[in-house]
Design a protein around this ligand. Structure first.
Ligand code: DC
Length: 227
């Protein structure tokens, strides 16, 4: 049997475009490892908040990040993050972490540290990474690059539905504001702003299901495999 080349797949795009669900589905389908890079920025943010550090003190947050003992592992629900041996995954998507993660992820040293970890974990391929700077900075040589987006309204609707009935449920307008604010910070920061790589395939999935989106990317992967 011909051994298939194990690809590296980069999925970038704004908050709420469905990147993590699509990346998880695709990785499961291909038998690849899924790396949720946003969760890594969230873990640093969570730890900074827990230690009472503010993003307004980038030096303190950077020092904390340098000494952090972060491990990622494949769990039943996807990627899990451990800090000093504790699984912090359940605490990463709270409103508080969501509010602070963009400014924390704009700290250059924090990005340097996490980009190095992400590159190391991607060595050898067979990975699907989702984030903001995967195709542009982390893996500029990725085999498949996708920039996944949807209208801000549609992304807010999805998050609203996701949070409905959970302790994190919030009014639609607050979710919409949060998404627009994060878009602006992520696109406007000096280091690795959110933008599509020149060679990324742009997919607007405003009127596509997550399954259809994952299939569209799987098609791109097959094309590269067959080329
Ligand atoms: O994908 P997410 O919502 O979990 O990402 C959380 C934050 O982390 C988001 O505001 C942007 C930032 N992020 C980043 O700067 N670079 C990445 N590769 C992934 C996420």
């Amino acid at each position: 049997m011909v051994q298939m080349h194990r690809l590296s797949v980069a999925i970038d795009g704004p908050a709420g475009a469905g990147k993590s669900s699509v990346a998880r589905m695709l990785a499961a389908q291909l038998g690849y490892i899924y790396l949720d890079t946003g969760a890594m920025y969230r873990a640093i943010t969570y730890e900074a908040l827990r230690k009472g550090l503010s993003e307004k003190d980038p030096k303190a947050v950077s020092e904390m990040a340098e000494h952090m003992n972060m491990k990622v592992a494949e769990g039943a629900q996807g990627m899990e993050i451990f800090l000093d041996g504790n699984n912090v995954t359940p605490f990463l998507r709270t409103e508080e972490v969501s509010r602070h993660v963009s400014p924390v992820s704009a700290i250059p040293r924090v990005r340097e540290i996490l980009v190095a970890v992400q590159r190391k974990l991607s060595e050898g391929g067979g990975v699907v990474l989702d984030g903001r700077d995967i195709g542009t900075v982390v893996l500029p040589g990725a085999d498949v690059k996708v920039f996944l987006t949807a209208s801000a309204e549609e992304r807010a609707k999805r998050r609203f539905r996701e949070l409905k009935g959970t302790p994190e449920e919030r009014p639609f307008s607050s979710i919409c504001d949060n998404i627009r604010r994060r878009d602006a910070i992520d696109a406007g920061r000096a280091v690795s702003p959110l933008r599509a790589a020149a060679d990324a395939v742009l997919i607007d999935n405003s009127s596509m299901t997550l399954e259809e989106t994952a299939e569209a990317i799987a098609v791109l992967c097959r094309r590269v495999q067959e080329a």
